[in-house]
Design a protein around this ligand. Structure first.
Ligand code: ADP
Ligand code: MG
Length: 339
């Protein structure tokens, strides 16, 4: 009986992994923004064309990569962020799976320019469908510029599945806002087809929220703050009378990572019980800080779901904290609160 099992070639394995990591232009935006943050950037610029279908470029002033690391960064399971499985339970970085750049390079034309502080010149790599086309020295500032062109050029089915530019742009803006809200101290800018979409200076959380959602947001916010053994909660909820009929602005961050969690969302709704106008939903910007060893982020490649050790206690604390904040605001004027 002949043996029939073979290891897949790297470029095929990368393309399969890309199916999970890169669903649409917005997924690329998320991964690249997170890499820039992990690199310690204090200023990050996002440039897109045609809702990311032809170009997604991120320019950061982070620590950059050496010539060798620049090549390595496109290998699957290649990462500078963890070295052992134990590190998974003490994460301080957004990335750790080492598969974003490998996946992106498998399904697009990528141009990387990067320089580390101690080098006078940087390096430039072109890579297409997992194949390095060129690597050469180049003049470039310290930091990294990564341009992703013609996403899914080699997977027509995937490309045809992309939605209209309006819809894809909406997804990109969602990801951009989530990252910008998680890092108010970092300067962000976003341009679409050469037009400025966002220009966000460094500031505190309230300034960042106002920078994104407009000046009128200021008077709608009620501060939330609580510190217990298992969680620190900071942020704002939007006063009930300003709640929206649509999905509203609902943001949960855990250790500065945007997450979706229906159970915790329910805790917030429960705190608003009896206060919301008919058919509207609460809006909130809530930042939970927990011991990294009490959560598991490695549930899904996109890392927007998290498993908490003690979800029930979190629910109770969140609900009572927000109830308390809303109650306080009913009797006293809103206190100013800097995150
Ligand atoms: P991960 O972020 O999970 O490590 P990626 O594929 O996103 O995996 O990136 C691989 C590696 O490339 C990172 O661990 C990092 O060392 C390096 N890298 C990626 N983007 C940047 C960047 N903007 N600046 C500096 N280094 C980067
Ligand atoms: Mg990454």
């Amino acid at each position: 009986m002949a043996n029939i099992i073979k290891l897949l070639p790297d470029h095929v394995a990368n393309q399969i992994a890309a199916g999970e990591v890169v669903q649409r232009p917005a997924s690329v935006v998320k991964e690249l923004l997170e890499n820039a943050i992990d690199a310690g950037a204090t200023s990050i610029k996002l440039i897109i064309k045609d809702a990311g279908k032809t170009l997604i470029q991120i320019i950061d002033n982070g620590k950059g990569m050496s010539e060798t690391d620049a090549r390595m960064s496109f290998e699957r399971h290649a990462t500078s962020k963890i070295t052992s499985a134990d590190d998974l339970f003490n994460l301080s970085t957004k990335g750790f799976r080492g598969e974003a750049l490998a996946s992106i390079a498998a399904v697009a034309h990528v141009e990387l320019k990067t320089r580390i502080h101690k080098n006078e010149v940087g390096t430039r790599i072109e890579i297409e469908g997992s194949k390095i086309i060129t690597q050469e020295p180049c003049a470039t500032p310290v930091g990294t510029s990564l341009a992703v062109k013609n996403l899914f050029f080699n997977i027509p089915a995937r490309r045809n599945f992309l939605k209209s530019n309006n819809v894809e742009l909406r997804h990109i803006i969602d990801e951009f806002q989530r990252v910008a809200l998680a890092h108010s101290q970092i300067v962000f800018a976003m341009f679409h087809n050469d037009g400025e979409v966002f220009q966000l200076p460094a500031g505190n959380l309230k300034q960042r929220i106002v920078g994104i959602f407009g000046g009128k947001t200021n008077e709608k916010l009620v501060p939330v703050a609580e510190e217990t053994d298992i969680v620190t909660i900071q942020g704002f909820v939007v006063k009930p009378e300003f709640s929206k009929k649509t999905r509203g602005e609902q943001f949960f961050f855990v250790n500065d990572r945007f997450i979706k969690n229906a159970y915790l969302n329910h805790a917030v709704s429960a705190a608003f019980e009896g206060l919301l106008p008919d058919k509207t939903r609460a809006s909130y910007f809530l930042y939970l800080t927990v011991d990294p060893s009490t959560i598991d982020i490695n549930i899904h490649p996109t890392k927007t779901e998290i498993k908490f050790d003690d979800e029930h206690s979190l629910y109770a604390i969140l609900r009572s904290t927000i109830k308390h904040s809303l109650g306080q605001f009913n009797i006293a004027p809103v206190l100013d609160f800097d995150r």
